[in-house]
Design a protein around this ligand. Structure first.
Ligand code: G4P
Length: 536
Protein backbone atom coordinates (compact mmCIF):
# COMPACT_ATOMS: atom_id res chain seq x y z
CA UNK A 1 0.00 0.00 0.00
CA UNK A 2 1.35 3.43 -0.84
CA UNK A 3 2.29 5.71 2.02
CA UNK A 4 -0.34 8.16 0.84
CA UNK A 5 -3.09 5.60 0.94
CA UNK A 6 -2.01 4.38 4.35
CA UNK A 7 -1.78 7.88 5.80
CA UNK A 8 -5.12 8.87 4.33
CA UNK A 9 -6.88 5.80 5.65
CA UNK A 10 -5.84 6.55 9.21
CA UNK A 11 -7.25 10.08 9.17
CA UNK A 12 -10.58 10.92 10.79
CA UNK A 13 -11.81 14.50 10.53
CA UNK A 14 -14.98 15.49 12.29
CA UNK A 15 -16.85 18.47 13.68
CA UNK A 16 -18.48 18.53 17.06
CA UNK A 17 -21.89 20.18 16.98
CA UNK A 18 -24.50 21.00 19.59
CA UNK A 19 -26.85 23.58 20.98
CA UNK A 20 -25.02 25.78 23.53
CA UNK A 21 -24.71 24.15 26.96
CA UNK A 22 -25.37 20.59 25.80
CA UNK A 23 -21.79 19.74 26.74
CA UNK A 24 -19.72 20.17 23.58
CA UNK A 25 -16.74 21.78 25.30
CA UNK A 26 -16.74 19.21 28.05
CA UNK A 27 -16.86 16.31 25.62
CA UNK A 28 -14.13 17.83 23.44
CA UNK A 29 -11.91 18.05 26.45
CA UNK A 30 -12.64 14.49 27.47
CA UNK A 31 -11.88 13.18 24.00
CA UNK A 32 -8.51 14.92 24.18
CA UNK A 33 -7.93 13.54 27.65
CA UNK A 34 -8.77 9.98 26.66
CA UNK A 35 -6.57 10.12 23.58
CA UNK A 36 -3.70 11.32 25.73
CA UNK A 37 -3.47 14.66 23.89
CA UNK A 38 -3.92 16.50 27.18
CA UNK A 39 -3.26 15.32 30.67
CA UNK A 40 -5.29 17.51 32.91
CA UNK A 41 -8.98 18.13 32.56
CA UNK A 42 -9.88 21.80 32.60
CA UNK A 43 -7.50 23.18 30.03
CA UNK A 44 -9.95 23.42 27.15
CA UNK A 45 -12.70 24.52 29.43
CA UNK A 46 -10.58 27.26 30.90
CA UNK A 47 -10.15 28.80 27.49
CA UNK A 48 -13.81 29.01 26.93
CA UNK A 49 -14.30 32.58 28.01
CA UNK A 50 -18.04 32.65 28.04
CA UNK A 51 -20.25 29.71 27.66
CA UNK A 52 -23.42 31.61 27.30
CA UNK A 53 -24.70 33.32 24.26
CA UNK A 54 -23.98 36.94 24.82
CA UNK A 55 -24.70 40.18 23.11
CA UNK A 56 -21.61 41.78 24.56
CA UNK A 57 -19.01 42.24 21.84
CA UNK A 58 -16.20 42.19 24.35
CA UNK A 59 -17.11 38.62 25.09
CA UNK A 60 -17.32 37.82 21.42
CA UNK A 61 -13.89 39.30 20.99
CA UNK A 62 -12.57 37.08 23.71
CA UNK A 63 -14.18 34.09 22.15
CA UNK A 64 -12.73 34.98 18.81
CA UNK A 65 -9.30 35.12 20.34
CA UNK A 66 -9.75 31.82 21.98
CA UNK A 67 -11.12 30.12 18.95
CA UNK A 68 -7.87 30.51 17.02
CA UNK A 69 -6.20 28.21 19.44
CA UNK A 70 -8.97 25.84 20.19
CA UNK A 71 -11.09 25.55 17.10
CA UNK A 72 -8.98 22.82 15.50
CA UNK A 73 -7.41 20.05 17.51
CA UNK A 74 -5.42 17.09 16.38
CA UNK A 75 -4.94 13.95 18.44
CA UNK A 76 -3.55 10.50 17.97
CA UNK A 77 -5.65 7.62 19.14
CA UNK A 78 -4.88 3.95 18.49
CA UNK A 79 -3.35 4.11 15.04
CA UNK A 80 -5.48 7.03 13.87
CA UNK A 81 -4.87 10.74 13.46
CA UNK A 82 -8.07 12.44 14.56
CA UNK A 83 -8.79 16.03 13.59
CA UNK A 84 -11.52 17.59 15.66
CA UNK A 85 -13.08 20.87 14.57
CA UNK A 86 -15.07 22.95 16.97
CA UNK A 87 -18.00 25.00 15.75
CA UNK A 88 -19.03 28.39 17.15
CA UNK A 89 -21.92 28.14 19.53
CA UNK A 90 -23.61 31.46 18.91
CA UNK A 91 -26.32 31.45 16.28
CA UNK A 92 -25.17 34.74 14.81
CA UNK A 93 -22.03 33.01 13.63
CA UNK A 94 -23.82 30.11 12.05
CA UNK A 95 -22.23 30.87 8.69
CA UNK A 96 -18.85 30.00 10.19
CA UNK A 97 -20.27 26.73 11.38
CA UNK A 98 -21.63 25.83 7.98
CA UNK A 99 -18.23 26.40 6.48
CA UNK A 100 -16.52 24.27 9.11
CA UNK A 101 -18.94 21.51 8.20
CA UNK A 102 -17.64 21.58 4.62
CA UNK A 103 -14.20 20.66 5.92
CA UNK A 104 -15.11 17.46 7.76
CA UNK A 105 -15.98 13.87 6.90
CA UNK A 106 -18.31 13.27 9.85
CA UNK A 107 -20.04 15.10 12.69
CA UNK A 108 -20.42 14.26 16.35
CA UNK A 109 -23.72 15.61 17.62
CA UNK A 110 -24.03 16.20 21.37
CA UNK A 111 -27.53 16.22 22.82
CA UNK A 112 -28.58 17.10 26.36
CA UNK A 113 -30.67 14.19 27.67
CA UNK A 114 -33.07 16.57 29.37
CA UNK A 115 -33.58 18.89 26.41
CA UNK A 116 -33.45 16.62 23.39
CA UNK A 117 -32.91 18.18 19.97
CA UNK A 118 -32.75 21.96 20.48
CA UNK A 119 -33.20 24.70 17.84
CA UNK A 120 -29.58 25.23 17.03
CA UNK A 121 -28.90 21.55 16.68
CA UNK A 122 -31.80 21.44 14.25
CA UNK A 123 -30.15 24.00 11.96
CA UNK A 124 -26.87 22.14 12.06
CA UNK A 125 -28.61 18.91 11.26
CA UNK A 126 -30.09 20.52 8.16
CA UNK A 127 -26.64 21.40 6.88
CA UNK A 128 -25.30 17.93 7.61
CA UNK A 129 -28.27 16.45 5.79
CA UNK A 130 -27.71 18.66 2.76
CA UNK A 131 -24.17 17.43 2.49
CA UNK A 132 -24.92 13.84 3.53
CA UNK A 133 -22.43 14.14 6.37
CA UNK A 134 -22.48 11.01 8.56
CA UNK A 135 -23.53 11.83 12.12
CA UNK A 136 -22.61 10.07 15.36
CA UNK A 137 -25.01 10.98 18.18
CA UNK A 138 -23.95 11.32 21.82
CA UNK A 139 -26.71 11.72 24.40
CA UNK A 140 -25.07 13.52 27.29
CA UNK A 141 -25.82 14.24 30.95
CA UNK A 142 -27.25 10.82 31.76
CA UNK A 143 -26.25 11.48 35.36
CA UNK A 144 -29.08 14.01 35.51
CA UNK A 145 -32.78 13.42 35.42
CA UNK A 146 -33.65 13.60 31.77
CA UNK A 147 -36.05 12.18 29.28
CA UNK A 148 -36.68 8.52 28.58
CA UNK A 149 -34.05 7.05 26.23
CA UNK A 150 -36.70 5.63 23.90
CA UNK A 151 -38.40 9.00 23.66
CA UNK A 152 -35.08 10.71 22.93
CA UNK A 153 -34.24 8.24 20.19
CA UNK A 154 -37.62 8.80 18.68
CA UNK A 155 -37.05 12.53 18.62
CA UNK A 156 -33.55 12.26 17.14
CA UNK A 157 -34.91 9.94 14.51
CA UNK A 158 -37.68 12.35 13.57
CA UNK A 159 -35.39 15.37 13.49
CA UNK A 160 -32.66 13.66 11.54
CA UNK A 161 -35.03 11.86 9.25
CA UNK A 162 -32.99 8.69 9.63
CA UNK A 163 -33.09 5.71 11.95
CA UNK A 164 -31.06 5.66 15.18
CA UNK A 165 -28.95 2.61 15.93
CA UNK A 166 -28.11 2.50 19.65
CA UNK A 167 -24.58 1.29 20.25
CA UNK A 168 -24.81 1.66 24.02
CA UNK A 169 -27.84 1.67 26.28
CA UNK A 170 -28.22 3.36 29.66
CA UNK A 171 -29.18 1.56 32.84
CA UNK A 172 -31.12 4.02 34.98
CA UNK A 173 -30.75 7.77 34.84
CA UNK A 174 -30.07 10.72 37.10
CA UNK A 175 -29.34 9.67 40.67
CA UNK A 176 -30.03 6.07 39.71
CA UNK A 177 -27.70 6.08 36.69
CA UNK A 178 -25.98 2.70 36.84
CA UNK A 179 -23.96 2.75 33.65
CA UNK A 180 -24.16 1.77 30.01
CA UNK A 181 -24.47 -1.54 28.25
CA UNK A 182 -22.16 -1.79 25.24
CA UNK A 183 -24.33 -3.61 22.74
CA UNK A 184 -21.44 -4.59 20.52
CA UNK A 185 -19.15 -5.88 23.25
CA UNK A 186 -22.03 -7.28 25.30
CA UNK A 187 -20.76 -5.80 28.52
CA UNK A 188 -21.80 -3.16 30.99
CA UNK A 189 -19.61 -0.27 32.06
CA UNK A 190 -20.58 0.70 35.59
CA UNK A 191 -21.01 4.36 36.36
CA UNK A 192 -18.96 6.07 38.99
CA UNK A 193 -18.97 9.86 39.10
CA UNK A 194 -15.73 11.78 38.98
CA UNK A 195 -13.56 13.73 36.59
CA UNK A 196 -10.23 12.17 37.33
CA UNK A 197 -10.71 8.68 35.99
CA UNK A 198 -10.08 7.19 32.57
CA UNK A 199 -12.07 4.56 30.74
CA UNK A 200 -9.73 1.84 32.04
CA UNK A 201 -10.67 2.68 35.61
CA UNK A 202 -14.32 1.77 35.19
CA UNK A 203 -15.66 -1.52 36.38
CA UNK A 204 -16.79 -3.65 33.45
CA UNK A 205 -19.16 -6.60 33.83
CA UNK A 206 -19.90 -8.93 30.90
CA UNK A 207 -23.58 -9.42 30.14
CA UNK A 208 -22.99 -13.13 30.64
CA UNK A 209 -23.17 -12.17 34.32
CA UNK A 210 -26.58 -10.56 33.95
CA UNK A 211 -27.74 -12.10 37.23
CA UNK A 212 -25.15 -10.10 39.10
CA UNK A 213 -26.24 -6.94 37.29
CA UNK A 214 -29.89 -7.62 38.00
CA UNK A 215 -29.06 -8.05 41.65
CA UNK A 216 -27.15 -4.76 41.70
CA UNK A 217 -29.41 -2.56 39.61
CA UNK A 218 -32.76 -4.29 40.04
CA UNK A 219 -35.62 -2.76 38.12
CA UNK A 220 -33.39 -0.35 36.18
CA UNK A 221 -31.39 -3.18 34.70
CA UNK A 222 -34.47 -5.19 33.84
CA UNK A 223 -36.06 -2.20 32.21
CA UNK A 224 -32.88 -1.62 30.19
CA UNK A 225 -32.90 -5.26 29.12
CA UNK A 226 -36.51 -4.89 27.99
CA UNK A 227 -35.72 -1.70 26.06
CA UNK A 228 -32.66 -3.25 24.45
CA UNK A 229 -34.84 -6.10 23.26
CA UNK A 230 -37.36 -3.60 21.95
CA UNK A 231 -34.85 -1.57 19.96
CA UNK A 232 -33.18 -4.70 18.68
CA UNK A 233 -36.48 -5.59 17.05
CA UNK A 234 -37.43 -2.09 15.95
CA UNK A 235 -34.11 -0.50 14.95
CA UNK A 236 -32.01 -1.65 12.02
CA UNK A 237 -28.65 -3.27 12.68
CA UNK A 238 -25.65 -1.00 12.35
CA UNK A 239 -24.69 -0.83 8.71
CA UNK A 240 -21.48 0.97 7.90
CA UNK A 241 -22.50 1.89 4.40
CA UNK A 242 -25.82 3.31 5.57
CA UNK A 243 -24.04 5.35 8.27
CA UNK A 244 -21.42 6.71 5.88
CA UNK A 245 -24.17 7.53 3.40
CA UNK A 246 -26.03 9.45 6.18
CA UNK A 247 -28.87 6.95 6.22
CA UNK A 248 -28.60 6.05 9.91
CA UNK A 249 -26.91 7.39 13.03
CA UNK A 250 -25.20 5.32 15.72
CA UNK A 251 -26.19 6.56 19.18
CA UNK A 252 -24.14 6.55 22.39
CA UNK A 253 -25.16 7.51 25.90
CA UNK A 254 -22.92 8.93 28.60
CA UNK A 255 -21.90 11.77 30.83
CA UNK A 256 -19.09 13.92 29.51
CA UNK A 257 -18.37 15.69 32.76
CA UNK A 258 -17.90 12.33 34.48
CA UNK A 259 -15.63 10.95 31.74
CA UNK A 260 -18.26 8.35 31.15
CA UNK A 261 -19.15 6.82 27.78
CA UNK A 262 -16.33 8.81 26.19
CA UNK A 263 -14.17 5.80 25.41
CA UNK A 264 -16.98 4.31 23.33
CA UNK A 265 -17.30 7.51 21.29
CA UNK A 266 -13.57 7.72 20.66
CA UNK A 267 -13.51 4.10 19.55
CA UNK A 268 -16.48 4.75 17.29
CA UNK A 269 -14.62 7.58 15.60
CA UNK A 270 -11.79 5.22 14.78
CA UNK A 271 -13.90 2.17 13.95
CA UNK A 272 -16.92 3.69 12.29
CA UNK A 273 -16.22 7.21 10.99
CA UNK A 274 -15.01 7.31 7.41
CA UNK A 275 -11.54 8.38 6.26
CA UNK A 276 -11.33 11.27 3.77
CA UNK A 277 -13.07 10.64 0.45
CA UNK A 278 -12.55 12.07 -3.03
CA UNK A 279 -13.60 15.69 -3.50
CA UNK A 280 -15.00 17.46 -6.55
CA UNK A 281 -13.31 20.28 -8.36
CA UNK A 282 -14.78 22.40 -11.12
CA UNK A 283 -12.60 23.68 -13.92
CA UNK A 284 -12.97 27.06 -15.60
CA UNK A 285 -14.74 25.41 -18.56
CA UNK A 286 -17.38 24.07 -16.18
CA UNK A 287 -16.21 20.44 -16.32
CA UNK A 288 -15.94 18.56 -13.05
CA UNK A 289 -13.52 15.96 -11.87
CA UNK A 290 -12.70 14.09 -8.71
CA UNK A 291 -9.53 14.44 -6.70
CA UNK A 292 -8.77 11.26 -4.75
CA UNK A 293 -7.42 11.88 -1.23
CA UNK A 294 -4.36 9.72 -1.81
CA UNK A 295 -3.59 11.44 -5.12
CA UNK A 296 0.00 12.59 -5.09
CA UNK A 297 -0.28 16.31 -5.68
CA UNK A 298 -1.05 18.43 -2.66
CA UNK A 299 -4.34 20.31 -2.76
CA UNK A 300 -6.61 21.85 -0.16
CA UNK A 301 -9.31 24.40 0.38
CA UNK A 302 -9.54 27.44 2.65
CA UNK A 303 -12.63 27.05 4.82
CA UNK A 304 -11.89 29.71 7.40
CA UNK A 305 -9.78 32.85 7.54
CA UNK A 306 -9.01 34.49 10.80
CA UNK A 307 -7.14 37.66 11.62
CA UNK A 308 -4.25 37.10 13.91
CA UNK A 309 -4.74 38.35 17.38
CA UNK A 310 -1.93 40.84 17.42
CA UNK A 311 -3.46 44.03 16.00
CA UNK A 312 -0.04 45.41 15.06
CA UNK A 313 0.41 42.61 12.54
CA UNK A 314 -2.07 42.46 9.73
CA UNK A 315 -1.46 38.81 9.14
CA UNK A 316 -4.17 36.25 8.92
CA UNK A 317 -4.42 32.55 9.29
CA UNK A 318 -6.04 30.68 6.45
CA UNK A 319 -7.31 27.34 7.70
CA UNK A 320 -6.87 24.80 4.95
CA UNK A 321 -8.41 21.36 4.85
CA UNK A 322 -6.01 19.11 2.94
CA UNK A 323 -7.93 17.29 0.23
CA UNK A 324 -5.19 15.34 -1.47
CA UNK A 325 -1.52 14.47 -1.41
CA UNK A 326 0.98 15.52 1.18
CA UNK A 327 1.92 18.97 2.38
CA UNK A 328 5.61 19.22 3.24
CA UNK A 329 7.23 22.14 4.93
CA UNK A 330 8.76 24.59 2.49
CA UNK A 331 6.60 23.37 -0.38
CA UNK A 332 5.87 25.76 -3.24
CA UNK A 333 2.19 26.66 -3.25
CA UNK A 334 -0.26 28.24 -5.62
CA UNK A 335 -3.61 29.94 -5.15
CA UNK A 336 -5.68 28.67 -8.08
CA UNK A 337 -8.01 31.71 -8.19
CA UNK A 338 -5.19 34.14 -8.88
CA UNK A 339 -2.58 31.69 -10.23
CA UNK A 340 -0.20 33.43 -7.82
CA UNK A 341 2.33 31.81 -5.61
CA UNK A 342 1.40 31.72 -1.95
CA UNK A 343 4.26 32.49 0.39
CA UNK A 344 3.07 31.96 3.93
CA UNK A 345 5.18 33.37 6.72
CA UNK A 346 4.47 30.25 8.71
CA UNK A 347 2.54 27.03 8.34
CA UNK A 348 1.17 25.44 11.45
CA UNK A 349 -0.67 22.41 12.59
CA UNK A 350 -3.07 22.60 15.51
CA UNK A 351 -2.32 20.37 18.41
CA UNK A 352 -4.58 20.35 21.39
CA UNK A 353 -2.87 23.10 23.28
CA UNK A 354 -0.50 24.75 20.92
CA UNK A 355 0.28 25.46 17.35
CA UNK A 356 3.32 23.84 15.93
CA UNK A 357 5.24 24.20 12.67
CA UNK A 358 3.93 21.53 10.39
CA UNK A 359 6.35 19.04 8.88
CA UNK A 360 3.87 17.15 6.80
CA UNK A 361 0.13 16.79 6.48
CA UNK A 362 -2.17 14.48 4.56
CA UNK A 363 -5.75 14.50 3.31
CA UNK A 364 -8.12 15.17 6.20
CA UNK A 365 -5.61 17.25 8.15
CA UNK A 366 -6.11 20.93 8.84
CA UNK A 367 -3.18 23.27 8.46
CA UNK A 368 -2.96 27.00 9.01
CA UNK A 369 -1.14 29.29 6.60
CA UNK A 370 -0.20 32.64 8.06
CA UNK A 371 -0.20 35.21 5.28
CA UNK A 372 -0.36 38.95 4.74
CA UNK A 373 -3.14 38.57 2.20
CA UNK A 374 -3.73 36.99 -1.16
CA UNK A 375 -5.96 34.30 0.26
CA UNK A 376 -9.72 34.31 0.52
CA UNK A 377 -12.30 32.11 2.03
CA UNK A 378 -13.02 29.28 -0.40
CA UNK A 379 -9.67 29.47 -2.21
CA UNK A 380 -8.16 26.31 -3.58
CA UNK A 381 -4.48 25.96 -2.75
CA UNK A 382 -2.33 23.48 -4.63
CA UNK A 383 1.24 22.46 -5.01
CA UNK A 384 3.07 25.09 -7.03
CA UNK A 385 3.52 22.67 -9.93
CA UNK A 386 -0.12 21.61 -10.14
CA UNK A 387 -1.70 22.14 -13.55
CA UNK A 388 -3.00 25.66 -14.13
CA UNK A 389 -6.40 24.20 -14.95
CA UNK A 390 -6.54 22.10 -11.78
CA UNK A 391 -9.87 23.77 -11.02
CA UNK A 392 -11.37 24.79 -7.71
CA UNK A 393 -13.08 22.88 -4.96
CA UNK A 394 -16.68 23.93 -4.75
CA UNK A 395 -19.28 23.80 -2.05
CA UNK A 396 -18.27 26.52 0.39
CA UNK A 397 -21.55 28.31 1.03
CA UNK A 398 -22.24 32.02 1.38
CA UNK A 399 -25.75 32.72 2.54
CA UNK A 400 -27.75 35.69 1.38
CA UNK A 401 -27.69 38.23 4.23
CA UNK A 402 -30.92 39.01 5.96
CA UNK A 403 -29.77 42.15 7.73
CA UNK A 404 -28.27 45.24 6.14
CA UNK A 405 -26.71 48.44 7.39
CA UNK A 406 -24.94 51.24 5.61
CA UNK A 407 -21.53 52.42 6.69
CA UNK A 408 -20.84 56.03 7.54
CA UNK A 409 -17.35 57.16 8.25
CA UNK A 410 -16.83 59.43 11.24
CA UNK A 411 -13.65 60.84 9.71
CA UNK A 412 -13.69 61.07 5.89
CA UNK A 413 -9.88 61.07 5.82
CA UNK A 414 -9.95 57.42 6.81
CA UNK A 415 -11.69 56.22 3.68
CA UNK A 416 -8.69 54.21 2.48
CA UNK A 417 -8.35 52.39 5.80
CA UNK A 418 -12.07 51.68 5.76
CA UNK A 419 -11.85 50.13 2.30
CA UNK A 420 -8.94 48.00 3.35
CA UNK A 421 -10.52 46.95 6.62
CA UNK A 422 -13.81 46.01 5.05
CA UNK A 423 -12.10 44.14 2.25
CA UNK A 424 -10.12 42.08 4.70
CA UNK A 425 -13.03 41.43 7.04
CA UNK A 426 -15.12 40.49 4.02
CA UNK A 427 -12.44 38.06 2.88
CA UNK A 428 -12.53 36.48 6.31
CA UNK A 429 -16.27 36.03 5.99
CA UNK A 430 -16.85 38.11 9.15
CA UNK A 431 -19.36 40.18 7.16
CA UNK A 432 -20.48 40.54 3.57
CA UNK A 433 -19.64 43.80 1.90
CA UNK A 434 -21.69 45.14 -1.01
CA UNK A 435 -20.85 48.06 -3.28
CA UNK A 436 -24.03 49.56 -4.77
CA UNK A 437 -23.85 49.87 -8.58
CA UNK A 438 -24.99 53.47 -8.44
CA UNK A 439 -22.33 54.47 -5.93
CA UNK A 440 -23.11 55.79 -2.48
CA UNK A 441 -22.40 54.34 0.89
CA UNK A 442 -21.11 50.83 1.22
CA UNK A 443 -23.51 48.24 2.55
CA UNK A 444 -22.80 45.58 5.09
CA UNK A 445 -24.84 42.40 5.01
CA UNK A 446 -25.04 39.90 7.83
CA UNK A 447 -26.88 36.79 8.83
CA UNK A 448 -26.70 37.61 12.56
CA UNK A 449 -26.85 41.01 14.27
CA UNK A 450 -23.70 40.44 16.30
CA UNK A 451 -21.62 40.35 13.14
CA UNK A 452 -22.16 44.13 12.79
CA UNK A 453 -20.93 44.76 16.31
CA UNK A 454 -17.86 42.64 15.80
CA UNK A 455 -17.01 44.42 12.55
CA UNK A 456 -17.52 47.86 14.04
CA UNK A 457 -15.30 46.96 16.96
CA UNK A 458 -12.63 45.36 14.84
CA UNK A 459 -12.50 48.29 12.42
CA UNK A 460 -11.80 50.51 15.40
CA UNK A 461 -9.22 48.35 17.12
CA UNK A 462 -7.43 46.86 14.13
CA UNK A 463 -7.75 49.62 11.52
CA UNK A 464 -8.30 52.71 13.69
CA UNK A 465 -11.49 53.53 11.80
CA UNK A 466 -14.61 54.79 13.51
CA UNK A 467 -17.81 54.01 11.72
CA UNK A 468 -21.47 54.64 12.29
CA UNK A 469 -23.85 51.99 11.17
CA UNK A 470 -27.14 53.28 9.82
CA UNK A 471 -30.30 51.35 9.12
CA UNK A 472 -31.20 51.00 5.48
CA UNK A 473 -34.17 49.93 3.41
CA UNK A 474 -32.87 46.54 2.32
CA UNK A 475 -34.20 43.39 3.90
CA UNK A 476 -32.53 40.68 1.87
CA UNK A 477 -30.44 39.90 -1.17
CA UNK A 478 -30.28 37.38 -3.98
CA UNK A 479 -27.37 36.69 -6.26
CA UNK A 480 -28.55 36.96 -9.84
CA UNK A 481 -27.58 35.11 -13.00
CA UNK A 482 -29.20 34.87 -16.41
CA UNK A 483 -28.38 32.89 -19.53
CA UNK A 484 -30.04 35.44 -21.76
CA UNK A 485 -27.85 38.54 -22.15
CA UNK A 486 -30.70 40.75 -23.39
CA UNK A 487 -32.97 39.77 -20.51
CA UNK A 488 -30.14 40.42 -18.06
CA UNK A 489 -29.45 43.84 -19.55
CA UNK A 490 -33.12 44.78 -19.26
CA UNK A 491 -33.16 43.64 -15.63
CA UNK A 492 -29.98 45.57 -14.82
CA UNK A 493 -31.14 48.74 -16.59
CA UNK A 494 -34.46 48.77 -14.82
CA UNK A 495 -33.10 48.02 -11.34
CA UNK A 496 -29.84 49.92 -11.20
CA UNK A 497 -30.57 51.40 -7.78
CA UNK A 498 -31.02 47.98 -6.20
CA UNK A 499 -28.00 46.20 -7.57
CA UNK A 500 -24.65 45.77 -5.88
CA UNK A 501 -21.46 43.79 -6.25
CA UNK A 502 -20.23 41.62 -3.41
CA UNK A 503 -16.62 41.07 -2.38
CA UNK A 504 -16.17 38.46 -5.12
CA UNK A 505 -17.67 40.89 -7.69
CA UNK A 506 -20.78 38.76 -8.01
CA UNK A 507 -23.91 40.71 -8.84
CA UNK A 508 -26.60 40.79 -6.18
CA UNK A 509 -30.14 42.16 -6.20
CA UNK A 510 -31.14 43.86 -2.97
CA UNK A 511 -34.64 43.25 -1.75
CA UNK A 512 -36.81 45.87 -0.06
CA UNK A 513 -39.72 43.72 1.04
CA UNK A 514 -40.98 40.20 1.28
CA UNK A 515 -42.96 40.68 -1.94
CA UNK A 516 -40.05 42.09 -3.82
CA UNK A 517 -38.60 38.71 -4.69
CA UNK A 518 -41.86 37.25 -5.91
CA UNK A 519 -42.66 40.30 -8.02
CA UNK A 520 -39.20 40.36 -9.53
CA UNK A 521 -39.32 36.69 -10.36
CA UNK A 522 -42.61 37.21 -12.14
CA UNK A 523 -41.42 40.26 -13.98
CA UNK A 524 -38.05 38.77 -15.02
CA UNK A 525 -38.69 35.06 -15.48
CA UNK A 526 -35.35 34.44 -17.17
CA UNK A 527 -33.33 35.84 -14.28
CA UNK A 528 -32.38 33.33 -11.57
CA UNK A 529 -32.32 34.63 -7.98
CA UNK A 530 -29.97 32.55 -5.80
CA UNK A 531 -30.29 32.55 -1.97
CA UNK A 532 -26.89 30.91 -1.65
CA UNK A 533 -23.65 31.48 -3.43
CA UNK A 534 -21.09 28.75 -3.58
CA UNK A 535 -17.56 29.86 -3.75
CA UNK A 536 -16.30 29.14 -7.24
P1 G4P B 1 -21.25 23.64 25.51
O1 G4P B 1 -19.82 23.65 25.11
O2 G4P B 1 -22.07 22.73 24.67
O3 G4P B 1 -21.86 25.00 25.61
O4 G4P B 1 -21.39 23.01 26.99
P2 G4P B 1 -20.32 22.79 28.16
O5 G4P B 1 -19.41 21.68 27.85
O6 G4P B 1 -19.70 24.08 28.52
O7 G4P B 1 -21.29 22.29 29.30
C1 G4P B 1 -22.38 23.09 29.76
C2 G4P B 1 -22.68 22.74 31.22
O8 G4P B 1 -23.08 21.37 31.29
C3 G4P B 1 -21.50 22.85 32.16
O9 G4P B 1 -22.01 23.17 33.45
C4 G4P B 1 -20.97 21.45 32.22
O10 G4P B 1 -20.22 21.20 33.37
C5 G4P B 1 -22.26 20.68 32.20
N1 G4P B 1 -22.11 19.30 31.76
C6 G4P B 1 -21.44 18.82 30.68
N2 G4P B 1 -21.53 17.49 30.61
C7 G4P B 1 -22.29 17.11 31.66
C8 G4P B 1 -22.75 15.85 32.15
O11 G4P B 1 -22.47 14.80 31.58
N3 G4P B 1 -23.51 15.87 33.28
C9 G4P B 1 -23.83 17.02 33.92
N4 G4P B 1 -24.57 16.90 35.01
N5 G4P B 1 -23.41 18.21 33.51
C10 G4P B 1 -22.66 18.26 32.39
P3 G4P B 1 -21.98 24.58 34.13
O12 G4P B 1 -22.46 24.45 35.52
O13 G4P B 1 -22.72 25.53 33.25
O14 G4P B 1 -20.46 24.97 34.09
P4 G4P B 1 -19.28 24.46 35.03
O15 G4P B 1 -19.16 25.49 36.06
O16 G4P B 1 -19.66 23.11 35.57
O17 G4P B 1 -18.11 24.38 34.14
Amino acid sequence: MSDFLQETRRRRTFAIISHPDAGKTTLTEKLLLFSGAIHIAGSVKARKASRHATSDWMEIEKQRGISVASSVMQMLYRDCVINLLDTPGHKDFSEDTYRVLTAVDAALMVIDAANGVEPQTRRLIEVCRQRDTPIITFINKMDREGREPLELLDEVERELGMPCVPMTWPVGQGKAFGGIVDLRKQQMRLFAPGEAKRGDDDEIVPLAQAEQLRARFGHDFEQAEGNIELVREAAPAFDEEAFVGAQQTPVFFGSGVNNFGVQEVLDALVDLAPPPAARHVTRADGSEHEVPPHGEGFSGVVFKVQANMDPSHRDRIAFVRVNSGRYESGMKLRVQRTAKELRPTSVVTFLSQRREAVEEAYAGDIIGFTTHGGVQLGDTITHGDAPADFGTFTGLPFFAPELFQTVELANPMKSKQLQQGLMQLGEEGAIQVFRPNTGGAMLLGAVGQLQFEVVQHRLKTEYAVDIRLMPCRFTGARWVTCDDAAAMKKFVDENEGKLALDAADTLAYLLTSAYDLRLSQERYPKVVFHPLREHA
